[in-house]
Design a protein around this ligand. Structure first.
Ligand SMILES: [Zn+2]
Length: 195
């Protein structure tokens, strides 16, 4: 995971820094997202796209209600369309359109047609939903991949998955972007579930 380049112009830069600063996300306490996430997992095992879509819609509807944002749409596709670009970054497993408020996720990779693992799939749903939150909850005009964005995504994902949240360690790249230092991040983390 690598952050986007900070914009040069003052106005968008303000939003970028704002996104970078927000490292946490409130979480519901009732456990319903965990239960729905498990139903996404069993729907994936069943392999019927419509069931996966229904479970994802329930997950996103529940989350949208909690964060008091309009519900977003969801499309679950069998395979990734080739050459999907999301604001300059190639997203491997999903995307989000702020204009239509629709998330798309795909169950298979484009080229090798391998089934996306549940963990990757759920983390994609959470990632795209956090783009939705950037526009609808935080009021950013753009949704950047900042350190804060990845931190918020991780908070939501680990909560929904029922896995312990890892402290993320960042290293700055030569170009001024940030990437996660996975070695340090994983070393400091308690053992998490595999799968
Ligand atoms: Zn993204």
């Amino acid at each position: 995971m690598v952050t986007d380049n900070p914009p040069r112009k003052a106005n968008p830069r303000e939003g970028f820094l704002g996104s970078d600063r927000i490292k946490n996300l409130e979480l519901p306490q009732d456990g319903s997202l965990l239960a729905i996430a498990r139903s996404i997992e069993s729907a994936m095992k069943g392999g019927i796209t419509a069931d996966v879509r229904r479970a994802c819609a329930e997950f996103l509807g529940d989350a949208s209600k909690f964060y008091e944002v309009p519900a977003c749409g969801i499309r679950v596709l069998a395979a990734r369309p080739l050459r999907v670009r999301e604001r300059g970054t190639i997203e491997l497993f999903g995307d989000y359109s702020p204009e239509t408020m629709v998330i798309r996720v795909w169950m298979r990779t484009a080229v090798r047609k391998e089934v996306t693992s549940f963990g990757t799939f759920l983390s994609t749903v959470c990632h795209e939903f956090c783009h939705h939150l950037d526009f609808q909850k935080f009021g950013f005009h753009e949704s950047w991949h900042t350190r804060g964005f990845y931190e918020r995504t991780a908070v939501l994902y680990h909560y929904a998955r029922g896995t312990p949240l890892k402290k993320l360690f960042w290293v700055q790249t030569a170009g001024g972007r940030w990437r996660i230092d996975w070695q340090r991040t994983n070393r400091s983390a308690p053992p998490s579930r595999v799968g």
